[in-house]
Write a protein that binds this ligand. Structure first.
Ligand code: FAD
Ligand code: NAD
Length: 477
């Protein structure tokens, strides 16, 4: 079997890998991308976790469920009366599947336009920069690819709990929770992180009684404390029952119910659900990736070890996205893909890891970039803080979306913005303004001197910047 030769072979076609492949091709390199994902019908589907079972399908269902919840509970206040509304879960899921299919096919089209060779199968790395490809589940090599450079973008998979093993019809991971055929009357979610909150919101809006069991005693510990408190209050108002310090002890399926026992500060507790989602984090797909004799440095949590340029311990082999350190976010992986492609082409590209935006797509949304106030205090950084509550925003009132606040943290001496934290409708869009401002090293004064259109939610960012120096207009300073 002769080896096919490429300038770059990318392993994985998720948002890290497919973006890297496209950028390499744009820069004139010959590129192959190996990916093993297949849909329910066994057909190759590009886009990895993000497009197939992650970012996109979850947002499609968040959109549908938000429309239903708004129609059911917000319309009467607007003087709109729908005689009867109901949920057709099958149609909702079919729409979600269509959105996914359109986007995954879009990546295939981009691969063709960019003349990227797509190889469907399981890749294993062998010495001498050889990538061996086999059928899924087989160890027999079907073809070998020889590369000048290899980019590993094999992504991550859900963490499994022995105490809550996936059980058909009862206990699901995040992918399973995007495929429910009906709305469960009661739903337990293990883990109140991004996935638990987003998928818990979807099914709660559609009518499930949702209880989230979170092992930690702090809610959203990476978020700014004021923001996580505001979000917690808002979720509670919507009916999400979030129980902290709840350590899972066991699950069992009996009489068509999942019986869950957990321990909290009051002792052992028992609760029954129709279905349970396990959303306790994800782990890197670094097993089954290496053939015999191939060694790359892997850290104790099974991430491939890389430096800030995503270079592994072996020259010309790079790793990006969820399989390396840092937050497991699609946009972080994509930016690493672009950086690596450009560095292979001899450019000096970098990723600014201090400016990664975080978003949780609940309602209101939670979004932030940069340091929280408590992180600044712990690091001894002197700060000024400006805050603006959404209740004081004309647009938020017109929208009926007054929950939340915008908070800007600026260095006390330089006024440079260090962190922006938002709990608000459309926080995912608002935070982009903060990322741009911080990317350009703006001060709170720079944002305060900028004119924002009225009436917009963005004015809350302006007012928070004014509030840093106690001169917000629509609140008492
Ligand atoms: P992946 O997307 O996991 O892609 C890796 C690809 O490599 C897969 O196609 C896999 O089949 C393939 N592969 C693995 N091993 C091999 C092998 N040996 N040979 C061949 N192919 C292989 N992030 C956000 O930023 N925003 C969100 O809103 C968001 N929502 C999410 C919602 C859910 C429910 C989930 C589960 C995740 C969400 N994420 C979100 C996280 C996001 O999906 C990941 O951070 C992102 O997909 C990581 O991209 P990646 O390219 O590194 O890996
Ligand atoms: P996560 O790390 O965000 O949250 C998992 C939660 O489960 C944590 O709060 C953890 O304390 C808790 N937990 C762990 N073990 C537990 C146990 N035994 N019992 C109860 N609680 C337990 O992970 P996730 O929500 O599964 O998401 C996985 C990854 O996907 C994350 O890194 C996230 O960044 C990414 N993601 C991002 C988005 C987004 O950007 N909007 C959406 C979904 C997922």
């Amino acid at each position: 079997m002769s080896n096919k030769k490429f300038d770059v072979v990318v392993i994985g076609a998720g948002p890290a890998g497919y973006v890297a492949a496209i950028r390499c091709a744009q820069l004139g390199m010959t590129v192959a991308c190996v990916d093993e994902w297949q849909d329910h019908n066994g057909v190759a589907s590009l886009g990895g976790t993000c497009l197939n079972v992650g970012c996109i399908p979850s947002k499609a269902l968040l959109e549908s469920s938000h429309m239903y919840a708004a129609t059911a509970s917000d319309f009467p206040e607007h003087g709109i009366h729908a005689r009867s509304i109901s949920v057709d879960v099958k149609t909702m899921i079919a729409r979600k599947d269509r959105v996914v299919a359109e986007l995954t096919q879009g990546i295939s089209a981009l691969f063709q336009t960019n003349k990227i060779t797509l190889v469907h199968g399981h890749a294993r790395l062998s010495p001498g920069k050889i990538v061996k490809v086999s059928e899924r589940g087989s160890s027999e090599t079907r073809e070998s690819l020889e590369a000048e450079n290899i980019i590993i973008a094999a992504g991550s998979s859900p963490v499994r709990l022995d105490r809550a093993p996936l059980t058909d019809g009862y206990i699901f991971d995040s992918a399973g929770a995007l495929e429910f055929e009906s709305v469960p009357k009661t739903l337990g979610v293990i883990g109140a992180g991004a996935i638990g909150l987003e998928l818990g919101s979807v099914w709660s809006r559609l009518g499930s009684e949702v209880v989230l069991l979170e092992a930690m005693d702090t809610f959203l510990p990476s978020a700014d404390k004021q923001i996580s408190r505001a979000a917690f209050r808002s979720y509670k108002k919507q009916g999400l029952d979030i129980r902290l310090s709840a350590r899972l002890l066991s699950t069992s399926v009996k009489q068509k119910k999942v019986h869950v026992t957990y321990e909290d500060t009051r002792g052992a507790q028992q609760i029954k659900f129709d279905r349970v989602i396990v959303a306790v984090g994800r782990k890197p797909n670094s097993d089954y990736l290496f053939g015999d004799e191939m060694e790359l440095e892997i850290d104790e949590r099974e991430f491939i070890h890389v430096n800030k340029y995503c270079e592994t311990s072996v020259p010309c082999i790079y790793a990006i996205g969820d399989i390396v350190r840092g937050p497991m976010l699609a946009h972080k992986g994509s930016e690493e893909g672009i950086m690596v492609a450009e560095r292979i082409a001899g450019q000096k590209s970098t990723v600014n890891y201090d400016l990664i935006p975080y978003v949780i797509y609940t309602h209101p949304e939670v979004a932030w970039v940069g340091k929280s106030e408590h992180a600044c205090h712990s690091a001894g950084i002197p700060v000024n803080v400006g805050m603006f509550p959404l209740t004081a925003s004309g647009r938020a009132r017109a929208m009926g979306a007054t929950d939340g606040l915008v908070k800007i943290i600026a260095h006390q001496e330089t006024d440079r913005i260090i962190g922006v934290h938002i709990c608000a409708a459309q926080a995912s869009e608002l935070v982009a303004q903060a990322v741009m401002a911080m990317g350009m090293e703006a001060s709170a004064e720079d944002v305060a001197l900028t004119m924002f259109a009225h009436p917009t939610l963005s004015e809350s960012v302006h007012e928070a910047a004014l509030a840093v120096h106690n001169r917000a207009i629509h609140i008492k300073n």
